[in-house]
Design a protein around this ligand. Sequence first.
Ligand code: FPP
Length: 238
Amino acid sequence: MINNIPKHIAIIMDGNGRWAQAKGKKRTSGHKVGVERAREAVETAVELGVESLTLFAFSSENWNRPKEEVSYLMELFIIALNREVKTLNKHNVKLKFLGDTFAFNQKLQDSIKKAESLTAENSQLRLNIAANYGGRWDIVNAVNGLLADSNHVDKINEDLLASKLSTADLPDLDLLIRTGGETRISNFLIWQAAYAELYFCDTLWPDFDSKELQKAVDEFTRRQRRFGLTGEQVKEPS
Ligand code: FPP
């Protein structure tokens, strides 16, 4: 069975620091180029007709990086958001942050709120930026949400739990990409990745251009997704 274009793609954008260091530059210059590749990934997703693109911009563990790198990233997110929000809006992209964004400084929280409300009614592409996000956090948060509704819930099932995850209103995750040579999920969308196709490549994120994304999508369309069935069961009738 040939797959169609994935409805929902998520990307772990890894390798900025190594890319910069290999060029004898500071790690932060890799992040700066990384933002340009994120922009390119959004443009490509729009061109391909993808419904939802989720980018892992900052994990709950990234706070442990050197202080200067964390501050640089915060400043970069503010600048990128403020610079891109009008263009996103013009292209009918709905921007949403996934994660515990209350931990960010006020300036970044304000930029996030502004960007989310400006683009709230858009429908061409859902662009989700996972920031201070962790998959276990997402699940615990969902369970706490259900407990808070405990008057109405006496037994949890998968649909109920999924309805409280940060991705509740998004299509199922079809394709999870990780650049930079590591073959781990690193606590990203762990519930949502249950049936996703995984794509790992050695390309460092600042080199992951639209051709590379197209390559990943092409591979997805060639893979057979069985969802627990046998190969024969999922074959298209001849
Ligand atoms: C991974 O490279 C990147 C990050 C930890 C986060 C920063 C991501 C960007 C700046 C890309 C654009 C983001 C958006 C959506 C605004 P790394 O530092 O882990 O690289 P390394 O593995 O080589 O050290």
